[in-house]
Design a protein around this ligand. Sequence first.
Ligand SMILES: *Cc1c(COP(=O)(O)O)cnc(C)c1O
Length: 367
Amino acid sequence: MASAVATAPSVLEIDLGRLVSNYRLLCARLGGVPCAGVVKADGYGLGAVPVAEALAGAGCTTFFVAHASEAISLRAALPAPEIYILNGILPGEEDTLVAGGVAPVLSTLEQIETWARAARRLGSPLPAAIHFDTGMSRLGLTPGESARLIAERHRLDGIRLRYVLSHLACADEPEHPLNAQQLARFRAIRAQFPEARASFANSSGIFLGPDYHFDLGRPGAALHGINPLPGHPNPLAQVVHLQARILQTREIDSAQTVGYGASYRAPGPRRIATVALGYADGYPRALSSKGSAYCGDRVVPIVGRVSMDLITLDVSAVPNAHVGQMVEFLGDHRPLDVVAEEADTIGYELLTQLGKRFHRIYRGAAG
Ligand SMILES: *Cc1c(COP(=O)(O)O)cnc(C)c1O
């Protein structure tokens, strides 16, 4: 084990202790309202099973994923918690979901009919949540479908309705008028289903205040260290630490260019380090001659293009940079959201793009 780490070209450390402290911070913000964990896209790229196990250890009893297959593999690792599939159900998936003991978030009248029919066929009620669209126009019952469901209650016969939920479009912009509009629409809908609990707030939504909390918080991003408050200091801890190793160093002068397309020309003598990380690892090519890394105790610039497996850094300011040394690309010195912004993207995309080629280390949740 130790020797594998000692020679790994790149290492992704996932700090489950910090993930759990992020969960506790969100629980505190929710002030006693329970907090679920959204672990779709393989736990935002960090590993749904280890992430969910750590959260379950901290008291989380409800999880959301996007796909049925994600729900089934999470169930194999975690027998106890409730697991919901945000993308709903497709006809023909009923038996898989029933056998897996996982529940769909129903998003159309057809999906409600599919699930209710399966319950009648089995002769026992089946759990579900229902997603109501309050302004996102993506998933969820439209206002017309919602009105029909409210008028035709029998459509729910056989369904044990656990949650009504909706999703905010602009929760990361607290001043956006759509937040209050969605809140008013959601309040009106949840009043029609007093038998169910209500869930509304994603990570950023939790920070909009208690009006948005209802009966269950539904954060994903913030658990994984993504800043829910763009433009403000991140109240959550960085969960990922991505490092890659220097393979070679060289001295160049102003006659020379670096990398594909000869896009970078040294303004004078420079020391270049070539590092074992590239866009095939999910590191954005958009950071060519734009991003930076933390080497020794300095932030050093990426020079030239990010290629498939390699990045070139100007380490002139770090005289002792040497072959075998690890350089930080994401972590406390290179926060996820800062790097994402430099790459013209968001922390969500950067995290979920991280490749499968890293040596992965999970730091324990216990400590
Ligand atoms: C992804 C998702 C969440 C979690 O959102 P974050 O912004 O990652 O906290 C919550 N609810 C729904 C419906 C989602 O699709």
